[in-house]
Design a protein around this ligand. Structure first.
Ligand code: FES
Ligand code: FES
Length: 159
């Protein structure tokens, strides 16, 4: 067993785990944070994207022990329970950036990381290139791109 201590959405969680436990398993099964999805298990779809120390990672191909001591942010941590949605979540809602919603948590975590790296004025080409690691089976991407452009702008405004 391996002992880990990981801050998830601002709360420290310590646990003894099988060293082979994937970060997505730890989040979903140990912490019951089921907003992070598993769509493929092979690093293709991006449904499992979370932030580790401020950077987007695919939690299906990250071992939990690799995140020991780290700060992890999941979709549940973007907006507190009962609080208004995060501007990127709100932009997906307003722009119909989802249909079944399976890819949405990963899309939003990738989008927030993109804004953190490339700023608030994102053109369609940049957004489409940056989404290469996130697959959506439903929307045809058009409204996702629109949502991310709008969310990026909204994130520039003071809350
Ligand atoms: Fe991680 Fe698909 S479940 S990339
Ligand atoms: Fe269904 Fe993207 S909204 S997979």
């Amino acid at each position: 067993m391996a002992k880990v201590s990981i801050t998830v959405n601002g709360t420290v969680h310590s646990a003894n785990i099988d060293p082979r436990t994937l970060l997505v398993q730890f989040l979903r099964e140990n912490l019951r944070l089921t907003g992070t999805h598993v769509g493929c298990d092979t690093s293709q779809c991006g449904a499992c994207v979370v932030h580790v120390n401020g950077k987007a990672v695919k939690s299906c191909t990250t071992l939990t022990v690799m995140a020991d001591g780290a700060d992890v942010l999941t979709i549940e941590g973007l907006a507190a329970d009962g609080a208004p949605l995060h501007p990127m979540q709100e932009a997906f809602r307003e722009n119909h950036g989802l249909q079944c919603g399976f890819c949405t948590p990963g899309m939003i975590m990738t989008a927030v990381d993109l804004v953190n790296r490339k700023g608030h004025d994102l053109d369609d080409h940049t957004i489409r290139e940056e989404l290469e690691g996130n697959l959506c089976r439903c929307t045809g991407y058009h409204n996702i791109v629109k949502s991310i452009a709008a969310g990026a702008k909204a994130m520039a405004k003071p809350a």
